[in-house]
Design a binder for this molecule. Structure first.
Ligand SMILES: [Ca+2]
Ligand SMILES: [Ca+2]
Length: 465
């Protein structure tokens, strides 16, 4: 009985196949997969070469309760039909990859119109739609980790088309921030003693996970008092400019002293663990630019006779030096209304990156360290120049770059310019209310050059009228 049922089922199936294969004469051969049930009955015949046999994909066979073949369902695809194929079937971005390609191809005929979309806002697609006939289209999938908590994320890209739809799984990792490690740039270490320069460039050696925006670093320097609680000497605040390295400002460190540094990183989502302390000792006084220790770089200081003449003529001046901006080493005097000038230095503006284009900086920039102030005190500094100067007054700061400091200029009068800086506040490069103030800054123009500029502007504007 069972054998009889089987035969009944097989015969029509075989007849159908003989009929179909012969009717397809002339076409390339397709591979056919047959599926049987537990009773040995044919339940499906499937063709894996749809392009050459694009009219026929699969035939399903069903049987009634008596085991008689009940139906054959032939799945046909319409002729001239595009067929979507997307590769690869999944995208894994890991912790580092930002973009990966998807290839869209048409495995059918006629034009394939496709569009791609994602429900996840950390996935973006370019382009998001297109058409293809025989050529492959490439779609770039990008992920953005900004603002996401550490962890594993999964999502999908859905490609819909007139030749079917496909969903591509997407996975991505967001790592926690690494613990930064600080070292001083080798160029800033004395080759003989291994001691650090007075303006060392501190560098972070592992911060590869900081690929989020905005990313910021906070650098803090301590003077090592050799026991007890060390007080912060310098605090950069959060800076986007100096992520991987930070050059300490001129005048901050003293020669032959022990210091240590630490840094913390943050991005849009989290703050890193604090770096381990990086300890360093600065070079000896005699190795520094101010070998005689009088608070002025030796190549900028006046000779004894010159100083005597200068201070006789300008008894109000507390310090003087030869500036570096004019190229002719003019003498510039400094008068302060409180405290003591502990250190002063002149810098060429080209020593700092990307100086403002509209600045001539006739006398360069000046760093100052003023001690003997009450913490948080505001001090007035008057610069006595060889000639009258004009603004804007620019300031350079490692953490924030160049800025127009003109709002803290009290006045330009004759050949004098008076500015204000506040310990731990505006203009103070160390960022700490610790009774000392320093920052490289200076006027952008000579007054007579500024007048020329203004005259030119008047001339041009009168022409325009
Ligand atoms: Ca000196
Ligand atoms: Ca300060």
């Amino acid at each position: 009985m069972n054998r009889c049922i089987l035969e009944k089922a097989w015969i029509p199936a075989l007849i159908f196949f003989v009929f179909w294969i012969s009717s397809s004469a002339g076409m390339a051969a397709a591979t056919v997969s047959y599926t049987y049930d537990d009773a040995g009955r044919l339940t499906a015949a499937e063709y894996d070469n749809q392009k050459e046999y694009n009219n026929l994909k699969k035939i399903d066979y069903t049987y009634d309760a008596m085991g008689n073949l009940r139906s054959r369902r032939v799945n046909l695809t319409a002729a001239q039909t595009p067929a979507l194929n997307v590769n690869p079937a999944g995208l894994d971005f890991g912790a580092d990859k930002v973009t990966l390609p998807l290839t869209i191809s048409n495995q059918g005929t006629d034009t394939l119109n496709w569009a791609a979309a994602s429900q996840q806002n950390w996935i973006s697609l370019d382009p998001a739609s297109g058409t293809t006939t025989t050529e492959n289209a490439q779609l770039v999938v990008a992920v953005s980790r900004g603002g996401l908590a550490p962890g594993t994320y999964t999502g999908a890209v859905s490609v819909t088309s007139n030749g079917g739809n496909q969903e591509i799984g997407v996975s991505m990792k967001v790592d926690p921030l690494t613990v930064p490690i600080i070292s001083a740039s080798r160029d800033d270490l004395s080759p003989s003693s291994g001691r650090a320069a007075l303006t060392p460039l501190l560098e972070i050696t592992n911060y590869e996970d900081l690929n989020f925006s905005p990313a910021e670093a906070n650098w803090i320097i301590y003077a090592d008092t050799g026991g007890g609680e060390d007080e912060a000497l310098f605090d950069s605040g959060w800076t986007q400019r100096q992520l991987a390295s930070f050059r300490l400002p001129d005048g901050l460190l003293d020669p032959n002293n022990d210091y240590w540094a630490k840094v913390v990183l943050q991005d849009a989502f989290e703050v890193s663990s604090q770096s381990g302390p990086y300890s360093f000792t600065t070079i000896l006084q005699e190795e520094s630019e101010d070998a005689d220790g009088n608070g002025v770089p030796d190549d900028q200081q006046l000779s004894e006779a010159e100083a005597q003449d200068y201070f006789n003529e300008h008894p109000e001046a507390g310090a003087a030096l030869r500036e570096q901006g004019s190229g002719t080493s003019e003498t510039v005097g400094i008068e302060i209304d409180r405290g003591t000038v502990a250190y002063i230095a002149s810098h060429r503006p080209d020593d700092f990156p990307a100086k403002p284009e509209d600045g001539d900086f006739p006398y360069g920039l000046f760093s100052l360290k003023i001690t003997d102030l009450a913490p948080g005190e505001t001090v007035r500094i008057t610069f006595i120049f060889p000639e009258a100067v004009a603004g804007p007054w620019y300031r350079y700061n490692e953490a924030s770059g160049w800025s127009d400091y003109s709002e803290h200029v009290i006045e330009y009068k004759d050949n004098r310019a008076t500015i204000e800086i506040k310990d731990g506040g505006f203009g103070d490069a160390d960022g700490v209310a610790n009774g000392s103030i320093l920052d490289p800054s200076g006027p952008a123009h000579l007054e007579k050059d500024k007048d020329d500029d203004d005259d030119n502007n008047c001339f041009i504007s009168s022409l325009a009228r």
